[in-house]
Design a protein around this ligand. Sequence first.
Ligand code: AMP
Ligand code: TRP
Length: 330
Amino acid sequence: MKRVFSGVQPTGNLHLGNYLGAIKNWVAMQREYDCIYCIVDLHAITVPQDPAELTANTREVTAGLLAAGLDPKTCIIFNQSSVTGHAELAWILNCFTPLGWLNRMTQFKEKAGKRRENALLGLYAYPVLMAADILLYHASAVPVGEDQKQHLELSRDIAGAFNRAYDVAFFPLPEPMIFGAATRVMSLRDGRAKMSKSDGSDYARINLTDDADTLALKIKRAKTDSEPGLSFDPERRPEAANLLSIYAALAGEPVERIVAEHTGMGFAAFKGKLADLATATLGPIAQRMRELQADPGYIDGVLADGAERARAIADANLAEVRRIMGLLDA
Ligand code: AMP
Ligand code: TRP
């Protein structure tokens, strides 16, 4: 079975964009592939973190993954820092990564901004750690969003550089799995901005923990335009298009079908239908998430079990890396 690896940062406020854009796809893959899902806390510390919040966010993301339907017996779910092999392999791979490759990374350029001299080495080396995450498990398929494609290409280059240096075919070259375009969820207050955890208004986003009343209220207050009747025109009517896309994604139907069914319907009536659908699909997830968050002992147990299983694979591959490189196991 093909091995899949993916990572998610432990940031709080899991929202509908995270669910429809990432988590739902992970759930769909778990029976078809050998899946390893990692809460990447070592990536999170490339920007300042409050210790208590980092712990809480690691548990929140884990709860979100479980509540959405990931089965911790079928797949491996763990937090990155619990398996020390990630940091170890990252160091080794640093020694096969030319600066020129890292200098091309657009995410670093964006995050470092104009203050390049003050940017931290960890932020610069972030993509090498990501390569280590994937290669440590010999994963061949990596579900990621568009924005991570460049990092994945770098992972392939680094794997190739290692293989060439020792004339081995040890690391498989990982392939990205990019999911369909219908997965960009926009803000409920502005159809041209991405739904985001950092939006100042909570009304801009549907949190995975929102209860039914909050959900309905947020959908009711979602921004609309003044044209009568719904139509799907993302350029001219981004808010209407967003609500229709969210409906389609929640219903698991092609957006064309949802549009055909609702063209001409008024916003108020459609919002009512959307609120019902959102409550029916997200309600059980929110309920489960609240239950899980009330039981951090259970969450920590899932992560500990996942880390143990991840470690077994990681240790075997690292031992082989050491042998190939001639690093003496004293
Ligand atoms: P972030 O919280 O931005 O680190 O994103 C975590 C995951 O959720 C990534 O795979 C993103 O691609 C996905 N994601 C975040 N926001 C959205 C959104 N508004 N629409 C679709 N996917 C999103
Ligand atoms: N950098 C990814 C993101 O911000 C998260 C990530 C870390 C990842 N390691 C990974 C994704 C390995 C896929 C594979 O979304």
